[in-house]
Design a protein around this ligand. Sequence first.
Ligand code: NAI
Length: 329
Amino acid sequence: TIFYEDDADMSILNEKTIAIIGYGNQGRAQALNMQDSGVEDIIVGNRSDDSRKQAREDGFEDYDIAEAAERADIIFLLIPDEVAPGIYQEEIEPGLEAGNTVNFASGYNITYDFIEPTADLDTIMVAPRMIGDLVRELYEEGDGAPSMIAVNQDYSGNAQETALALSKAIGSTRSGVIEGTFEMETKIDLLTEQALIPLFFNAIAAKYEIEREAGIPGEVILLEQYLSQEMAHIFEVMGTDGFIGQLPLHSQTSQYGQMSRAEAYNREEMKSYMRERLREIETGSFAREWTNEQQAGYPMLNRLYKEFGDTEMIQKEQETIEKLGLGDE
Ligand code: NAI
């Protein structure tokens, strides 16, 4: 099912206090969109930092997280997924009352039972398929970011209606809201990150390496690959016209080359790599690994940053960005 404007009724939000817990990428965008949609009683719960200052500058009443959670009927949990379980348990849960709604923006913590809400709450998800900046920008242009919604606990009997009303308030019903589950959201999100992006990165790195072997200068390769932003533009057109629809942007030589070589490519090895990643996500072994990594103080993440940053390709990339003044645009 896909829901649009007419499927959602924001009147269910009347008389409700909404607390945005975490005024970051998503928090700020969603709070401002809801305000512009006419939602009246929005408060912010944040620790003392720059985000909280920003919330105050934007005109929202700001509170410590515990106090905001206590005042609110609907709680938006928009702090990073890694810190959410601890904050939920210590600062949010004590202030919740039967019938309150907790709204998640990702499936992760519910999927892996890192957060276990009591049975007398509505627990829903409105997960924009878009970074926060664009959630705001699209809304301001009269459009909206699509979202996936899900209901995990329906204590009130109105959880779905609330999720739809919130989707409308942040602008998502303007472009379309799909129904899913917390598990589904976790799976597609993590698989994009762990199965798709690594293959994409390795494809670019592999092409770089063989072209360097063939004597082609690094900056020439990188401009062709992504620094010219041609590739970004192609992906943009794909998002509106589709895979086949964007092909006419390219020469016929290119069209023939793309499709004939794509057809000949053996996808099985790639799929078995992806199935392995899916298995780690389904069994929770990735989630356990990541929790251990956080508890150990991020030794692997730090090593990975260092190792990736040390490669010839990335050094060349930074040099080229600087030489061409690309970051200044
Ligand atoms: P963010 O990284 O922008 O969060 C920053 C906010 O969290 C700030 O308000 C900061 O004060 C607070 N915060 C950070 N560490 C904290 C701590 N230790 N204790 C208390 N508060 C702390 O978060 P973002 O990216 O907006 O993500 C929020 C939720 O939205 C997550 O569940 C994420 O999965 C989801 N989401 C994020 C998207 C994105 O593109 N960034 C897209 C769709 C969903």
